[in-house]
Design a protein around this ligand. Structure first.
Ligand SMILES: C[S@@+](CC[C@H](N)C(=O)[O-])C[C@H]1O[C@@H](n2cnc3c(N)ncnc32)[C@H](O)[C@@H]1O
Length: 404
């Protein structure tokens, strides 16, 4: 027993066990597969040391020493790591996720892993070195909507630099939304669907749209990390929707000559200078950050924003989606939730050419799968004049109706 307490600190261990209890009762995406995994894992961590319980503790302790992660985030990460193993190392006679909402099946799977040193090694590697690398391309609808609102400033075919692009599926969907349509949205006001702005936003989502030469940046290796990204991108329930999985694979296979990928860490000063030398005079009309800030410290985020400003065209904007809330006392007007589970997901614009340099709230989505939103309270600066988000949407939809 004593030996185990040396692995994770007592506080880390207590808090992990508490998070696993919460997950068992209130699992991510209401999923019984994750609830059952949390229950089983918790049992293995609190009872006598066994192969899997010890392995998870060892790996997490190593990982947290090298790269801290919040406890709330840690459980979501564990879900992804076990899902990765269950999808990659099929247990004979059982199918993931169909059979995995029972604790007995996870117990059997733990025994199955423990009997295979190669699988234990792979699990350890995931837990120690990986990040959550979800790639949900439907989130990039938010960038289409914002680009349309700011069309006068960004032009009809904005060039986009997407930082933290994962497999670059978001830019591919943004560039080809007539073949890979974004899911429709619903806007709410006081809990009720607001018909007019819902119609206007869906008109915008269905409208033709193109982007100029664009680039995605990530630290990921798009070939060797593909299965990990797939495991991070689907909740167990979503894996049972063949269309969603096929669309993901179709986007991976799609080659778009307008879109390139650069593999580097956006916080690395030397690599960023190399990138700037490579692009020369090229500037981007939008620098986008989709669900990457929640992985960073506030300092890391500020640094990324300063860098992004140096590659923006005149009048260009930074657009972000994340599990943040608005905080006027923060340098950029935002702060990230400590535990993102069940928290709203926001779309914001940072506009370096406007008087107000802080993030402007555009949409507040119910979740990181953005389909239901309320309008944000931020300002949209067009023609040197600021308008509300509702007004910007109305102007954009009217303009699109005149065009068609
Ligand atoms: C949660 S994923 C989101 C992926 C995609 N933007 C989306 O919304 O579907 C976050 C991505 O940010 C990448 N990332 C994290 N830190 C980074 C950094 N310093 N430089 C470049 N990419 C980074 C991760 O590798 C990961 O692929």
């Amino acid at each position: 027993m004593e030996q185990r307490f040396e692995r994770l600190s007592l506080e880390q261990r207590r808090s992990l066990i508490k998070e696993l209890s919460d997950e068992a009762q209130n699992p991510m995406a209401d999923n019984p597969v994750f609830a059952s995994l949390a229950r089983t894992l918790r049992r293995h961590l609190v009872s006598q040391p066994d192969e899997i319980g010890s392995q998870v503790e060892d790996s997490l302790s190593m990982r947290l020493t090298a790269k801290p992660m919040s406890q709330g985030h840690l459980v979501q990460f564990l879900n992804r790591a076990f899902q990765h193993r269950a999808l990659t190392n099929e247990m004979p006679g059982y199918e993931y996720p169909i059979d995995y909402s029972k604790d007995e099946v996870w117990e059997l799977f733990f025994d199955f892993i423990a009997a295979n040193p190669d699988i234990v090694w792979d699990l350890n590697e995931d837990l120690v070195v990986r990040e959550v690398q979800t790639n949900k391309s439907d989130r990039y609808k938010t960038f289409k909507l914002v680009a349309q609102m700011y069309e006068k400033r960004l032009g009809r075919t904005p060039r986009v630099l997407d930082v933290g692009c994962s497999l670059n599926l978001g830019l591919k969907q943004l560039a080809n939304s007539e073949f890979f349509p974004f899911k429709p949205v619903e806007l709410k006001q006081n809990g009720e669907i607001e018909e007019t702005s819902t119609r206007q936003l869906n008109t915008m989502l269905m409208a033709r749209f193109a982007i100029g030469k664009s680039t995605g940046i990530d630290i990921i290796n798009p070939i060797t990390d593909r299965d990990w990204v797939r495991s991070c991108s689907f909740y167990p329930k979503e894996l049972l929707v063949p269309r969603a999985v096929m669309e993901f694979d179709d986007l991976i296979a799609r080659i778009d000559p307008k879109i390139s990928f650069e593999r580097f860490d956006f916080t690395d000063e030397v690599k960023f200078e190399d990138f700037k030398n490579k692009i020369g005079d090229t500037k981007y009309d939008m620098v986008t950050f989709s669900t990457i800030w929640y992985l960073l410290s506030a300092r890391g985020r500020f640094k990324m924003l300063e860098r992004a400003k140096t590659v923006l065209s005149d009048g260009g904007i930074i657009v972000g989606n994340d599990f943040m809330y608005m905080r006027s006392s923060s340098r950029d007007g935002m702060a990230i939730h400590e535990n993102i589970k069940g928290k709203p997901y926001r779309t914001v614009v940072i506009d370096p050419s406007s008087e107000n340099q802080k993030a402007q709230e555009i949409f507040v989505w119910e979740s990181g799968r953005p389909t239901v939103a309320v309008l944000g309270t931020g300002d949209v600066t067009l023609d040197k004049k600021s308008v509300s988000v509702a007004e910007a949407i109305k102007l954009t939809a009217d303009h699109l109706n005149q065009d068609s």
